[in-house]
Design a protein around this ligand. Sequence first.
Ligand SMILES: Nc1ncnc2c1ncn2[C@@H]1O[C@H](COP(=O)(O)OP(=O)(O)OP(=O)(O)O)[C@@H](O)[C@H]1O
Length: 382
Amino acid sequence: MLRINNLVKSFDGERRRRRNSPSAPQEARVFAVNDVSFNVENGQLFTLLGPSGCGKTTTLRSIAGLERPDSGTIEVGGRVLFSTKEGKKPLNVPANERGLGMVFQSYAIWPHMSVFDNVAFPLQVKKRGDRLGRKEISERVMRVLETMELANLADRQATKLSGGQQQRLALARALVIEPPLLLLDEPLSNLDAKLRESLRYELKRVQRELGITSVYVTHDQVEALALSNSIAVMRNGNVVQLGRPREIYENPNCRFVAEFIGTSNFLSGNVVSKDGDRYTVNTVDGQIVLDSAANLPMGTDVIVSVRPEAVEVSTTSRQGEVPNEWKGTVLTRAYLGDSLDHVVGVGKHELRTRGNPTTSIEPGTEVYLRMDPAKLVLVPVD
Ligand SMILES: Nc1ncnc2c1ncn2[C@@H]1O[C@H](COP(=O)(O)OP(=O)(O)OP(=O)(O)O)[C@@H](O)[C@H]1O
């Protein structure tokens, strides 16, 4: 449904020109999007995830037609919206002719209109040939309002809605034109945590029910994991990893991704032996064995990423029965409601563990940490 190929968008750097030195050099151009390619299948929710400034919004705005890329191609449903293919005339379909649905962080509903009119407006301003009759508009608006659970508020003035209802209205307005592609830029970030969580599921339900292909921008990894069929993790204008949520969480391909998605312990070491998929890694505090499909030669410097939930903490030893048992001392613990974290000092390392809240061990206690080889991830050194 959506194909992005080799998209590049740069901006002028800041001109450090002072009044007394007008010839001061301009800073290098900022490559907000630097050779980004990805495809989104029909009916999928695809998320661009990354820290502030990594190029998510610029990618989305380029798809929307609100930024003019330097080069690349953008295709929606087989229709080329932007292209700078060599030897061909550049093509750039204006934003208002792309027919895409957009929802932004600031929901920008029209305050002087009712809920119904807000949703009807995009249909009423369609070009004469494409315009629907009054009855058809009314039916379509009410259908979308029902999906968004706003039908009973159709006559209410838009400003007299709660934040969550206003955001649902913004979504209804984007959906009513039945766009081939829906673009969402941090649509939930203005809402409080509880509302954000409930709207997240609502959004997923609507997206799945309507089968609408969507591109979602967020810096919130929990939101990305909960909502997406696929995630592209971005850094400095590049996509560093692209995959399904579980793949990205369980098999981050570099330290940046492992750090950005969830919490991880990192153990530096080097490969001392390899037998099939089973690696042995030496660290300053002991050996670790783990399973990895990576193909790394002996002596390679690596990082072993250990998710807190992959570490079992216990006051009794099973030395000799299971691999990867390390002895340490509990430094702190934190009760998180549905789980309990211990931070355990082992030599030079401090490892965070996460487990059932019924296991709570006093700081200062000597404990044994056990790490399941199948749950550890070998991450190449960046
Ligand atoms: N109009 C502009 N002029 C100059 N630089 C810009 C412009 N828009 C974006 N940039 C720069 O491009 C880079 C990517 O910005 P972008 O807004 O796409 O990032 P983002 O990942 O969406 O960040 P955020 O989550 O903070 O919105 C940043 O370094 C930003 O400063």
